[in-house]
Structure formats: C-alpha cells, structure tokens
Design a protein around this ligand. Structure first.
Ligand code: COA
Ligand code: AMP
Length: 277
C-alpha cells in the first residue's frame, strides 16, 4: 500500500438519533468502490434498520501513515463472568494498572460510564494509578479512528484468528483498534467490553500482555459496556493522545501470534515469559 494516495473510508449508521453501527477501512483508490459497497451492506444488513447511513471518504497523506505490528492475541477459556473479570484484573495489574483504577473501570463499564449513567460514544481515559477520569466529555469520550490492517497483514491475521475459531469481523477490528490504542503516547492498557447485549466477550490489551480475549466479561442481556484507556500521568499530554487516537492514520503491518490458554495461570505464565524476552 505504500507510495500512492490512501483513503480513509468510514461508515456510521443511526436510527432515531442513536448510533447503531460503524466501521472503517484504509485503502487505495482502486478499492474505494468495493469497500464502500461492503460498508453500506454492513450498515443495511445489521438488522437494526438505520434511517441514516453516512459514508465519509478522505485522502490521507501517505507520509503521515504509521505502520505498527499487531499485538499478539491470547484467547482465554475462562468459564464465567467472575473468572473472566478475575483474569482481567490480573492482566491489568501486570500491565501497571492499580487495583483501585481497575475496579473503578469495571464498576463504570458495568453500570454505564457516561455522566447520565448510560454508555458513552467513545472511551474513558483513566489515570492508571488513581483511576481519575481525564476525558473532557463524559458522554462522548474519545474514539480511536483512522486505522486498518494493511493488505499484507489482513489475510495472515484472519487465518491466525480463524485457527482459534475467531472468524467474526468484530475480533479483527477490535484487535486493530486495541493495537493502535496501546501504542498511543502515555497509554499503559485498555479494558473493553461491548455494549451489545448479545456480545459478552471483551479484552484487556497492553504492550506487556498483548491482547487478552475474555469470552464472558459481562452477562448476556446487559446493555452496558465501554472502553477504559489507562494512562501514566507523568509527562502525559491528553491533547496529544486524543489527536493520536482520533487522527493519526495507522496501518497494521504484520499479524501477531494467536494462541489459546485454558486458565489465568497458563496466561500469567505465558505473559511473564513474554515480558521477560
Ligand atoms: N457510538 C455512538 N455514536 C457514534 C459512534 C459510536 N461508536 N461513532 C460515531 N458516532 C456518532 C456520534 O454522534 C458522533 O458525534 P460525536 O463526535 O459528537 O460523538 C458522530 O457520529 C460523528 O462521529 P465521527 O467519529 O466524526 O464519525 P466518522 O464517520 O468519522 O467515524 C466511526 C465513525 C464509527 C467509523 C468511528 O468513530 C469509529 O468508531 N471507528 C472505529 C470502528 C471500529 O473498528 N471499531 C471496532 C469495534 S470492535
Ligand atoms: P463496541 O465494541 O462497538 O461494542 O463498543 C463498545 C464501547 O466502546 C462503546 O460503548 C463506546 O463506549 C466505545 N467505543 C466505540 N467505538 C469506539 C472507538 N472507535 N474508540 C474508542 N472507544 C469506542
């Protein structure tokens, strides 16, 4: 993909003023029509009958695109919400997030992190030590955007994820988003679970642990969820992080390793080994 102009193509769909679906890609001009079709199909096929679909296409300066290798992914077979949350706490601690901050984030995602008590339109930014919230707007939060898999990495990443049975586009997109997020200035870790009531899986991501997928971070039927991005305050520049997350084009240049773990103990041993390399 290097050398010629690239485009950011983004889709968002809403119904009665509520966001129901969104996705984005980065591609060469020759792929724009095909990807626009795919994104429109995705919006209209969501089963949520959007009354508005917005597709935005913007050229990117190729010299501004940053290439990052994907985080490695570990899928942990924790059986229930309690086990998954315990695993998340372990991984957050290993990534440098205090127990206070991690518990605050879990409580907020459980109950609805926006100032009005519902889901936010983006992520919280939290001090990794105190749990203090730093995002300017507690309804909106901050959204990572302008990222995608490169042409070279997309197929190997999809194959590696499929080897673990992870064939849904959601995992590929969440792994790309998390890779961009954890490489952001000042970021130490991210915790996420979806606000989709039918989708209980989520993850902890960090440079220390990679992307740790946990299948039951919430109870099926819960409409709450969100993202917490934990940051180190020393030398931290919130505006620089927001600019990076929202505007910096990032392409994932290489797929990471994907593996399964049966338990927190196995996962802890694996990440301890990686952290020592
Ligand atoms: N939730 C709720 N509202 C959203 C939203 C979301 N996830 N994304 C967009 N909107 C709505 C908001 O009203 C927003 O206004 P705001 O900035 O005041 O919140 C408005 O749409 C415009 O948003 P903007 O980000 O400017 O739209 P965009 O068309 O440039 O990009 C997305 C939209 C959805 C593609 C982008 O925000 C995004 O989330 N990209 C990442 C998608 C992805 O891969 N996610 C992984 C999920 S596992
Ligand atoms: P989703 O994974 O799409 O179910 O989103 C889960 C939660 O993450 C949402 O409720 C938002 O709070 C937040 N979110 C959605 N999109 C983004 C984004 N692009 N960047 C950061 N946070 C987001």
């Amino acid at each position: 993909m290097t050398g010629s102009t690239l485009y950011s193509i983004r889709m968002r769909a809403g119904r009665q003023g509520r966001h129901v679906s969104g996705a984005e890609r980065i591609c060469a001009r020759a792929s724009l029509h095909k990807l626009a079709d795919q994104l429109i199909d995705r919006a209209l096929g969501s089963g949520l009958s959007p009354d508005q679909v917005v597709v935005t296409i913007e050229p990117l300066d190729p010299d501004r695109v940053v290439f990052l290798p994907s985080l490695d992914l570990t899928a942990v077979a924790c059986r229930d919400v309690a086990a998954c949350r315990a695993a998340a706490m372990t991984m957050l601690a290993r990534s440098g997030v205090s127990r206070t901050a991690a518990l605050d984030a879990v409580r907020l995602l459980e109950n609805g992190p926006s100032s009005s008590g519902g889901v936010m339109r983006g992520a919280m930014i939290m001090d990794r030590t105190t749990g203090e919230r730093l995002e300017h707007d507690r309804e909106r939060g901050v959204r990572a955007s302008h990222f995608d898999w490169s042409d070279d990495a997309a197929a190997p990443a999809a194959a590696a994820l499929a080897s673990l049975g992870l064939t849904h586009f959601r995992t590929r997109e969440a792994l790309a988003l998390a890779t961009k997020v954890v490489r952001g200035p000042g970021v130490v870790a991210e915790l996420c679970w979806s606000d989709n009531a039918d989708y209980p899986a989520g993850y902890v991501a960090s440079s220390a642990c990679g992307y740790v997928r946990l299948p039951h971070l919430k109870t099926v039927g819960s409409p709450n969820g969100g993202r917490a991005i934990f940051v180190e305050r020393q030398g931290f520049d919130l505006d620089a992080l927001v600019r990076y997350l929202e505007e910096q084009p990032v392409l994932l240049s290489a797929a990471g390793a994907c593996r399964a773990a049966d338990s927190v103990e196995e996962l802890s041993a694996a990440t301890r080994t990686d952290a020592n390399v």
